[in-house]
Design a protein around this ligand. Structure first.
Ligand code: C2E
Ligand code: MG
Ligand code: MG
Length: 615
């Protein structure tokens, strides 16, 4: 059924109750009632008619190309977080797809519809099983949003039920249109004040004006500044504007006089160039990426900015809106391959980006709900043969899949910036555990892994120190593990945190050591006390003489610099004996103890050391 077919059948079949509701609502609208109150009343009415259903309305944010939550009196907050900002287009999610097609869509059972399951079936304990989705749109008019009715059970709606939904969707459409007529704040501005670039609305209009003529082939580049929000968040508004101003200046310079540069979102920019072919656009993209080779300097701080770019070419069919959407899709696809890249849009990208967006939504949701736990792996003091260090390892307690290991979610969390809120949760759990063990097991030290992005956040060190102070723990109660490659790649980003940690006396261990490119000289400048040799190296030390030589050299470096050497990944008695002989201070690995729950770890820490480890 298309939207244009909805009106006659729907109103004709309306019950008395529905008719009187419609009359009342229209009277309120004419009387200037608020849009949100009207949309909430529509949802309430639907929930009154269908007792076991929830209703929600999402409205189209045209300039961002996404759906924003507007009303849904019974929708849980976690669901609002998960759906707010859904992308419109084919193959992304069932709501955005219905809006794109402009047709009512019915999902009888989310478990037999993969896209619906990804979009709707993500709530633990309150899984949505069926849905009726009605776009808010009048015949031939532009899409304005969507009305959805959900149930916790599979359900095949009768024709009357779909008609009722369509009638209420029409009412909501009317409400949105009448609110737009009265709105005054919706006037598009021309120039973005912070950057002097075209605003989103102006950019869209100018691109539309160009592509209307088929002979005007253009390329649109969407440029996302990587990990920009943490930088902006910690600066004053004024300094943030100066960073943005500098970014804009460089983009304009690199794009050239002929190009149109716009600010699309806080950390996203758009560039339109007349581009006859793909090579021209790629050259522009490379110039834009090159514009950030030098750091941005504001208020004495150096900010190393990188960006990722997606490119879409006009084809005589797509409007500005679709073109920018495609460029953003390509940008997301480029990001999932690694930051600082560029890539051109092709139709096959949609499915991949949709999958990534869905994984990101699930992770965001899990972070909001705190679905993470810590497992613990004890490390053996090779001299005393006692377990005196423990490493905390994050696990995602996934509602359907059970415990999921960090390799599956830490990289995505790092790419999306979710590592920052996730890291805070992990740190809170670790500090709490350290506090408990402090009383019962005073010799035991807890090590926690941290990512570059967490350390790049200038408030990280202070927040961590405050957490320890609140738990009345001394700074050295925790050890931070940072991977060697992270530390050596982007030391400038972490300078402030590392300096602060050094002042406070927080011990840092260099994780996965021996595979990156550390400069030994730099080790002295950093607050590093421990080198943890990478498990890929220890795995081979009994068989491969080269690996043994490196492991032995690392032990010697540690001795020379008064550092503690830890050998991880010990899987058998021979490698344990060998690292002991090489002078390692601690050993960690499955042969000694596997990562396990608090209970199991405590049993191991409190009991006698197992016989095979005792000498
Ligand atoms: P990592 O810090 O080097 O942690 C050691 C990893 O080696 C753990 O994997 C552990 O289960 C595994 N392992 C321990 N003994 C053995 C052994 O004898 N043989 C083998 N093959 N593996 C062993 P896991 O838990 O999967 O963690 C993987 C990585 O994820 C960690 O490597 C760390 O880089 C990261 N990670 C874990 N938790 C967190 C966290 O809370 N925050 C951050 N940022 N990263 C984390
Ligand atoms: Mg580690
Ligand atoms: Mg490691």
């Amino acid at each position: 059924m298309t939207a244009s077919e909805q009106t006659p059948t729907a109103t004709a079949s309306g019950s008395e109750q529905l008719l009187s509701f419609q009359r009342r609502l229209i009277a309120e609208m004419v009387g200037g009632g608020s849009l949100l109150a009207t949309l909430t009343a529509v949802c309430d009415q639907l929930e009154l008619i269908h007792e076991d259903a929830w209703a929600l309305v999402m409205l189209l944010d045209r300039s961002a190309g996404v759906l924003r939550f507007a009303a849904g009196p019974s929708i849980p907050d976690e669901y609002v977080v998960a759906v707010d900002g859904l992308v419109i287009g084919r193959g992304f999610n069932v709501l955005g797809e219905a809006v794109m097609r402009g047709e009512i869509s019915v999902v009888n059972d989310t478990r037999t519809d993969e896209l619906a399951r990804q979009t709707l079936g993500i709530l633990e304990g309150s899984e949505i099983r069926s849905a009726i989705i009605c776009p808010l749109r009048h015949a031939q008019g532009p899409a304005l949003g969507v009305l959805a009715i959900y149930r916790h059970r599979p359900h095949t709606p009768a024709v009357e039920e779909i008609e009722t939904a369509a009638a209420l969707a029409n009412l909501a459409t009317l409400a949105v249109e009448s609110a737009r007529l009265h709105a005054t704040e919706d006037v598009p501005g021309g120039i973005d004040t912070a950057t002097g670039l075209a605003t989103r609305m102006q950019f869209l209009e100018l691109v539309n004006a160009r592509v209307r003529e088929p002979e005007n082939q253009v390329a649109v580049l969407a440029l996302g500044v990587d990990r920009f929000k943490p930088i902006l968040d910690h600066l004053s508004k004024l300094a943030g504007d100066r960073v943005l101003g500098e970014v804009a200046r460089r983009l304009r310079g690199a794009a050239g006089d002929e190009a149109l540069v716009g600010r699309y979102a806080e950390d996203e920019f758009t560039v339109m160039v007349a581009a006859a072919n793909e090579r021209t656009a790629l050259r522009v993209a490379d110039r834009l990426l090159g514009a950030f080779d030098e750091p941005v300097i504001v208020e004495g701080g150096e900010f190393f900015v990188t960006a990722t770019i997606g490119i879409a070419h006009s084809n005589g069919e797509t409007d500005a809106y679709g073109l920018i959407g495609d460029a953003i899709t390509a940008m997301h696809a480029a990001r999932s391959e690694g930051l600082g890249r560029r890539r051109t849009y092709d139709a096959g990208l949609h499915a991949r980006v949709a999958e990534r967006i869905s994984r990101e939504a699930q992770l965001r949701h899990a972070v909001a709900r705190g679905e993470f736990v810590l497992h613990y792996q004890p490390c053996l003091d090779l001299r005393t043969r006692r377990f005196t260090r423990v490493e905390a390892l994050a696990r995602w307690n996934h509602p359907e899949r059970g415990l999921v290991g960090p390799e599956e979610f830490i990289p995505l969390a790092e790419e999306t910036g979710l590592i920052v809120p996730l890291g805070v949760r992990i740190m809170l759990l670790a500090v709490e555990q350290a506090r408990r063990w402090r009383e019962r097991l005073p010799d035991v030290r807890l090590a926690v892994n941290v990512s570059v992005m967490q350390l790049a956040n200038p408030t990280f060190a202070d927040e961590l120190l405050a957490m320890l102070a609140r738990a009345q723990l001394p700074t050295e109660a925790l050890i931070l593990e940072i991977t060697e490659s992270a530390l050596m790649q982007e030391p400038e980003m972490m300078q402030r945190s590392l300096e602060r940690l050094r002042q406070a006396g927080m011990p840092v261990a260099l994780d996965d050591f021996g595979t990156g490119h550390s400069s030994i000289a730099r080790l002295r400048e950093l607050p590093v006390r421990t080198l943890k040799v990478d498990r890929r190296l220890t795995a081979d030390i009994c068989r491969d003489p080269a690996a043994r030589t490196v492991a032995s050299a690392i032990a010697a470096i540690a001795r020379a610099h008064n550092l503690i050497a830890v050998a991880e990944g010990l899987e058998d008695a021979d490698s344990l004996a060998l690292v002991t002989q090489l002078g390692y201070a601690y050993g960690q690995g499955h042969y000694l103890a596997r990562p396990d729950t608090v209970g199991a770890t405590e049993a191991l820490l409190c009991g006698p050391v197992p016989a095979h480890l005792s000498s």
